[in-house]
Design a protein around this ligand. Structure first.
Ligand SMILES: *[C@@H]1O[C@H](CO)[C@@H](O)[C@H](O)[C@H]1NC(C)=O
Length: 448
């Protein structure tokens, strides 16, 4: 505990004090050390109460490790864009990123629900600052305020329910709650109202309007963290409360929306022109799968939800990095203008292929393990659901091909003179692919 505090605080002081010349290389290597340190710590802490403040178990450990892993990668990805800005801006940017990571880590590792809630909300502040201050286009203020107001309004019922719960039980400790599951089932309407904060964050289909905006406007590190860890805060919240707040699956119209949310975004992906908003849309579809899996709330579906969250965090973050790599060279994300770019960046085509195949859950990727677990837990629920979700998988394959084909055509003239891909970018993508490949032979690392 003390060790972790010291390492993360030293990261902030390092960033604030390092000389200008060495700022990026040293802080990235420092971030790598800090995150590896935290990863070993969390890994050894498996299913133990560590202190009064922190509680980690099989559900939060993989998410904590994912958050730590992505932290140096976000710095690595934003280097080329930020290095052109004045040095104080760079420092403030890195400190804000670090604080965002600390809030996320504390949210995943907190021992009481109320602390989880506070950290969940606190992580909004640096996110909005990063989007509105360092975003790419003029509409970033609008995107930031969408994100802020959607999340704040939706969290009002949750805090009310938590206070009510505290009144009844006189504690909100996670450890005591997981040992005493609730028997009565909640009606769908009540469940949705209480979980609204998480459903907006995930986002559930219909509440997702802030997500494509935020992704399109955010700088690359913002997109990576948003897709990689912040969306998972919502999933973690639902899974945490699932034991205590089971939903009655009997008469729930809300399920129709969620099932539509698996199929419809994949179809919308086929109509997108902007690469970044396409990836954001595909995240919506994947996250609705996670919501449905956590509502079903059997051991299999919980494992599926966790597996899908981890793999989606890595895959979509890799896809955003790839989009950014193209964007930095061509200054466009419009797919019609990117036509043929992969014939120029031959090696990049391989890097595109891997996350795209993982994103569409091609066996033997870990994503496919998650999908299989999910499908087996859906089948007893209803046959129509099963069919609709299978259709969703087919359209997923379709938009994957759409991305591949639209970037492969004959190169256009404006793409002929572009700077080559740097080693930094290869390293970035390799570090995304490595954990995904490592999970394939050891899926039990993630299953709780
Ligand atoms: C985060 O960024 C904002 C805007 O530049 C800045 O005012 C603030 O001081 C930063 N936060 C920290 C802790 O440096």
């Amino acid at each position: 505990m003390l060790m972790l505090t010291i390492t993360w605080l030293s990261m902030i002081t390092m960033v604030a004090l390092l000389p200008k010349k060495m700022l990026w290389p040293l802080s990235i290597s420092m971030a790598l050390i800090v995150s590896m340190f935290s990863i070993t710590w969390f890994y050894q802490q498996n299913a133990q109460l560590s202190s009064n403040w922190l509680y980690t178990d099989g559900l939060s450990n993989p998410l904590l490790i994912l958050t730590c892993w992505l932290y140096p990668l976000t710095l690595l990805a934003s280097q080329s864009k930020m290095i052109k800005q004045p040095t104080p801006h760079q420092r403030v940017y890195m400190i804000n990123l670090t604080i965002l990571q600390i809030f996320t880590l504390l949210a995943f590792a907190s021992s009481t629900l109320i602390m989880f809630f506070i950290m969940f909300e606190a992580s909004l502040i640096p996110t909005v600052i990063i989007i509105t201050n360092w975003g790419a286009q003029e509409r970033r203020t609008q995107a930031g305020s969408y994100l802020l107001f959607y999340s704040m309004i939706a969290s009002a019922p949750l805090i009310t329910y938590l206070l009510f719960l505290y009144d009844n039980m006189h504690h909100l400790s996670l450890q005591m709650m997981t040992s005493s599951p609730q028997q009565t089932q909640f009606t769908a309407l009540l469940w949705t109202t209480i979980n609204l904060a998480f459903l907006v964050k995930m986002p559930m289909y219909g509440l997702h309007l802030w997500l494509p905006k935020a992704h399109v406007e955010a700088p690359i590190a913002g997109s990576m963290i948003l897709a990689g860890t912040l969306l998972k805060l919502g999933g973690y919240g639902i899974l945490r409360l699932a034991n205590f707040l089971p939903m009655c699956l009997c008469s729930s119209k809300i399920l129709y929306i969620i099932i539509a949310g698996i199929l419809v975004p994949t179809m919308l992906c086929l109509r997108q022109t902007d690469l970044k908003s396409l990836i954001a849309m595909s995240s919506v579809s994947h996250m609705n799968v996670v919501i449905l899996a956590s509502i079903i709330n059997t051991p299999t579906s919980t494992s599926a939800a966790l597996m899908l969250m981890i793999t989606h965090g890595l895959t979509s973050s890799a896809l955003f990095c790839l989009t950014n790599t193209m964007y930095e060279r061509t200054h466009t994300r419009t797919m019609a203008l990117l036509r043929g770019s992969l014939l120029i960046f031959q090696l990049l085509a391989l890097w595109w292929l891997l996350p795209l195949m993982f994103n569409m859950a091609l066996p033997p990727s870990p994503n496919s393990i998650g999908e299989m677990l999910f499908m087996t837990s859906v089948l007893p629920l209803s046959h129509y659901t099963f069919i609709i979700i299978s259709l969703g998988m087919i359209t997923t394959a379709a938009y994957t091909l759409y991305i591949m084909l639209s970037t492969r055509d004959l190169p256009q003239n404006h793409l002929k003179t572009l700077p080559p891909i740097q080693i930094r970018e290869h390293l970035l993508l390799a570090l995304h692919a490595l954990p995904l490949l490592l999970i394939i032979p050891n899926p039990e690392l993630i299953l709780p």
